[in-house]
Design a protein around this ligand. Structure first.
Ligand code: ACO
Length: 361
């Protein structure tokens, strides 16, 4: 038995390859270095969906825009009960209202759901009216528009595209595996995506970037980093944004996102010095992890610079996991269709280690 299914191969995929020793991510034959900062979210959807959705249009952007407008109707049911939840849970509840199915229109609604529901939940939580989608602008520009009520700059939309593309797919991570298991039962794409969201929200997976901001805020100044980090580890905590099951070298997504933060904040007055401060904390954390776990290779993962980028784009930390879902939903939907196309029901074995049956008296 392999604890945590480490090194177990559970699927063949044409969608992405995570090379943990070389620190390389390939998405459908394109390296992340080539995609991040160049491709839009619509481009990566086109790439991931190709061959899995037979009626996929040559340009998915208008259909995705129409799907954003379509799902916005669900926002009408946002009430105090839903707003009391964590934003990702409120988004999941709204997504659960969408019909199940396995066709392209179901997939487009699911692609649109986190992008429309997270900004609406954030605004409603701040006492502001949700902003309706605009089908004529790009997915990233519309997300920022719906969040702020005003059009973003081209650089901001490009930075969000870089993020969504970077996190769009990543092999058989926990949420994608959950989505594939559900798809394998033929439950439908909505069910698969709801399973993906539920797995993603855990702090060991997509729930880490909010706590990264809390950590940076608690540290406050570079000089305080070592003492704070030592104390966190002494009390048994994990450092959020570090370590990975597959990457034994630096997660290539960390550098893709660090580049996006640099491009976005250079020459602007958005939190000057924040990136340099984060780099100092990162250096201290890597030093301490190396000292304490010399036999492990604990490196910076995607979540560390996710936190910086989403903060610079003015997403509140409580919404970070929901923004992750906006990108990863493309991967879940492609994997679900790949599973349906060729895979059998996923049904592994367990080893019974409980007591032997007792003889009835
Ligand atoms: N801080 C401190 N110690 C750590 C960390 C960390 N961030 N990550 C791993 N370790 C230690 C563990 O305590 C363990 O030590 P031990 O062998 O002495 O008991 C050892 O390294 C191995 O850890 P595992 O939990 O076995 O590694 P696993 O592959 O199961 O976990 C994970 C990977 C969950 C990402 C882990 O590194 C972690 O908890 N990181 C912090 C949370 C985080 O950043 N999550 C986002 C991951 S990226 C993503 O999902 C998109």
């Amino acid at each position: 038995m392999s604890d945590g299914l480490e090194n177990v191969v559970a699927a063949e995929t044409v969608l992405s390859e995570v090379d943990g020793l070389a620190g390389r991510l390939v998405i459908r034959g394109r390296s992340l270095d080539d995609l991040a900062g160049r491709a839009t979210f619509e481009d990566v959807v086109q790439l991931l969906f190709d061959g899995f959705y037979v009626d996929l249009p040559a340009d998915v952007a208008p259909a995705l825009g129409a799907a954003r407008v379509d799902v916005f109707a669900q926002v009408a049911v946002l009430d105090a009960g839903l707003l009391a939840l964590d934003p990702v849970e409120a988004m999941r509840a709204l997504t659960a209202r969408l019909p199940d199915g396995d066709d392209l229109s179901t997939a487009l609604r699911l692609l649109a759901a986190p992008a429309v529901f997270i900004p609406a939940v954030v605004r409603a939580g701040q006492g502001l009216a949700p902003v309706a989608p605009d089908a004529t602008v790009t997915h990233s520009a519309d997300i920022l528009r719906m969040l702020r009520g005003a059009a973003p700059t081209a650089e901001e939309a490009r930075a969000l595209d870089a993020y969504l593309v970077t996190v769009s797919d990543h092999g058989l991570n926990a949420s994608t595996f959950a989505a594939r298991v559900i798809a394998s039962t033929r439950a439908g794409l909505t069910s698969a995506v709801l399973g993906g969201i539920s797995a993603l929200k855990g702090p060991l997976h997509g729930g880490a970037p909010g706590p990264v901001i809390e950590m940076l805020d608690a540290i406050g100044t570079p000089g305080h980093a070592r003492a704070w980090l030592e104390q966190a580890l002494d009390s048994g905590e994990r450092l959020m944004g570090f370590g990975h099951r597959i990457y034994k070298v630096r997660d290539p997504r960390a550098d893709a996102l660090k580049g996006a933060v640099r491009r976005l904040t250079q020459g602007s007055n958005v939190a000057p010095g924040r990136l340099a401060f984060a780099e100092a904390v990162e250096r201290a954390a890597l030093d301490i992890l190396r000292e304490r776990k010399p036999d492990r290779s604990l490196q910076t993962n995607v979540e560390f610079y996710t936190a910086l980028l989403l903060e610079a784009l003015a997403f509140p930390p409580a919404a970070f996991t929901g923004v992750f879902a906006m990108g990863r939903v493309a991967g879940w939907l492609a994997h679900a269709r790949e599973q349906l196309a060729g895979g059998r029901l996923i049904r592994p074995q367990s080893v019974y280690v409980g007591p032997a049956p007792r003889r009835a008296a």
